[in-house]
Design a protein around this ligand. Sequence first.
Ligand code: CTP
Ligand code: MG
Length: 235
Amino acid sequence: MADAERVLVIIPAAGSGTRFGGDVPKQFQPLGGKPLVQRAVERFLFDPVVTRVIVPVMEKLVDAVKSSPGERVTFVAGGDTRLQSVMRGLEAATSKNDDDFDLIAIHDAVRPFFSLDTFHATLDAAREHGAAFPGISLPDTVHQIANEAIAKTLDRSVLVAAQTPQCFRSDVLRDILARAAREDADATDEAGLAAKYGHHVHLVRGDSMNFKITRPEDLVMAERIWAEWGGEGDA
Ligand code: CTP
Ligand code: MG
């Protein structure tokens, strides 16, 4: 990897966690004593390839977290949707005159067990192809449903579940976000958006440990794994 390459990581953390529930949004729930979002930030900061980390959080929390960790990290106000939070993150990077990033990674704040190996493989694929994401095959049979019944059984061999970090050449991400903003489009991930807009989005094999904390039972499982692994190591 060239020394001068600049890598921006955006960690959207402005969601309200409706499926998780509770008073504290899930990204601020502790894992091994530290908030999930901090776990994600720290793992990226551990990695010397990362130039900067931008973390969109709910607007009302920006001041509360502003004084937090080191100079490579900036907290900014997120938006009403994940995509808007990512857009705000990228705008903040640009407005700080740092828009010369080569590669941009986007990672859910609530995936504490992503591996740096997967991150690097996804960055490599994005450098080569323009866009890349980690995906895993589905363990369960998947049915399409209509009126509470099976309409069709999908071919599982051609399906993957998308994970993060999703990585993009800067020009590709800027192109798709600008287009989505113009068209007022929404998407649950940027990889799908890039594909929708005609970009090649390369699949990197992810791993099942990189699950997303979505419901309370996911956090229970994460705490057990964290304890079992002795915490801090590179998962
Ligand atoms: N996210 C965000 N801004 C939003 C919505 C989501 O930054 N307006 C972030 C979440 O904080 C999370 C990531 O996007 O880190 C993945 O989203 P998801 O797991 O769906 O989290 P929530 O949207 O908070 O949860 P839910 O869909 O259950 O409400
Ligand atoms: Mg959501």
